[in-house]
Structure formats: structure tokens, C-alpha cells
Design a binder for this molecule. Structure first.
Ligand code: URA
Length: 235
């Protein structure tokens, strides 16, 4: 791909903006040789103002989504894209969230520009585990684990029962729930079906990829072994 298109696709500016960067000699190779718009050079060797470029297409990010931000692109309030460098919104192919977390849910959110990978992660057939920790308004009754594991729980206004899910009790009002599907407000609706209410909800892992030490609002690009961890134990 010609460099002018590559930089524009990475969101550094319109083709016109990027063409100016070349005219100004701001794009060089790793040895400081000025590069031209029509050149084709290995991504890792390109520098803009002396800095390496953002990662190429095939990018996967993990973000600790804080409370109060939405996964939508258009929401008038704070959105997850506000937590990333502004040019990441302009990338082509676009960076999409892998599923969504509610505004009032925090925790591990993946973003990628790789459509096939996105579908592999969210497809119920792949059975990638999504692990949540919830605090509840009322004490657990004691029968929730059996109900969630049964594969028969039907949420209000749905016609297909939920796939079996695993509940680990962490305290009287504190539980870890592992799901292999992602229906609308699923965790909140599951506990609502038991007469309880979720007070706080955090996604702590996807597959064997854990939220780790990322503070709310922090993010990092995933390496191939991180991506492999998403599918550890999946089909
Ligand atoms: N379940 C929910 O209820 N909310 C989320 O954000 C994710 C899963």
C-alpha cells in the first residue's frame, strides 16, 4: 500500500493532510531518509516526526472501561473512543468494540478492526467465556447456581432459554458469573429473574485474558499470546 493511503487509513489525517506531511519531510524511514507519498515501505520502518507509526490493521486493544462511558460511537455523552488517541476513531478499517458493556458496567472491553476475530469472540458457538463479578442488593438465595447452570432459564420477553452459566459465590451478596453468550443486559436480567438486583457489575476476564492491573480508563494493545488467551478453553 502506498504510504499516503497507509497514514490516512491509520487516522493521521485526510489524504490531503497526509500529503502535506510528506511535502514537509515529516515522514522518514528508521534511518531518517525522507519518504515520499508513493513509496511502499515496511510498516515497522516508517517514522512520522521521528516516531514509529501506530500498529497496523489487525489491531486488538484491551481497555478497562470505566463506569459512565458508553460503547456507542454516537452517544452524546462520554464514549469509550474518548479514552483512546483521537486518530483511532478515524482508522480504516474502523476499530469496533467486541460486544458492549452497559454504561453502568466497568471492566474488560476489547476493541478490534479485525471483523473475523470479532465474530469469533462473540459467536456463541465459540463459547468464549465472559467472566463478570457482581455485587447484589440482596443476599443470594442459594439456588441461583443450579438455576443458572440448568440451561432452562428463560429471560423475560425471550423465547430461547439461556445456555448454562456458572455461578461462584464470593460472599452473601457477591458473585462471579461465567457466561458463554452475550444477550442484552444479560447479567442484570439473570439476577432480576431471581428477585435480586445487581448493584455493581464488572467484567473481569474474557477467556483466560484477565483485566489485570489496568486502571479504569487505561488500555493497551494485545500481543498474539494475549489474543490466544482469549480462546483458551474455547471450541
Ligand atoms: N450483562 C449486563 O447486564 N450488562 C453488561 O454490561 C454486560 C453483561
Amino acid at each position: 500500500m502506498k504510504l499516503v493511503k497507509l497514514l490516512a487509513n491509520l487516522g493521521y489525517g485526510s489524504r490531503k493532510d497526509v500529503a502535506w506531511m510528506f511535502r514537509e519531510g515529516r515522514v522518514t524511514d528508521a534511518d531518517g531518509e525522507v519518504l515520499y507519498a508513493d513509496d511502499k515501505v515496511e510498516h515497522a520502518r516508517i517514522r512520522l516526526d521521528g516516531e514509529p507509526l501506530d500498529p497496523p490493521t489487525g489491531l486488538v486493544l484491551m481497555l478497562h472501561k470505566p463506569l459512565g462511558v458508553t460503547c456507542s460511537r454516537k452517544d452524546p455523552g462520554r464514549v469509550v473512543y474518548d479514552l483512546l488517541p483521537s486518530r483511532y476513531r478515524m482508522r480504516e478499517p474502523a476499530l469496533s468494540t467486541v460486544g458492549r458493556l452497559d454504561r453502568d458496567t466497568s471492566g474488560l472491553l476489547l476493541l478490534t478492526d479485525d471483523g473475523a476475530l470479532l465474530h469469533r469472540i462473540i459467536s456463541p458457538r465459540a463459547e468464549v467465556a465472559k467472566v463478570y463479578e457482581a455485587t447484589l442488593a440482596d443476599d443470594l438465595r442459594g439456588d441461583e447456581a443450579a438455576l443458572f447452570a440448568s440451561g432452562t432459564l428463560l429471560l423475560e420477553s425471550e423465547t430461547t432459554p439461556l445456555a448454562p452459566a456458572t455461578l461462584d459465590v464470593l460472599g452473601p451478596r457477591h458473585a462471579r458469573l461465567t457466561l458463554h453468550e452475550g444477550r442484552y443486559h444479560q447479567v442484570r436480567r439473570m439476577f432480576a429473574a431471581t428477585g435480586n438486583r445487581v448493584e455493581t457489575l464488572q467484567r473481569v476476564a474474557i477467556g483466560a485474558l484477565a483485566l489485570d492491573a489496568l486502571a479504569p480508563g487505561e488500555w493497551r494493545a494485545l500481543e498474539a499470546d494475549d489474543v490466544a488467551r482469549i480462546f483458551a478453553g474455547a471450541r
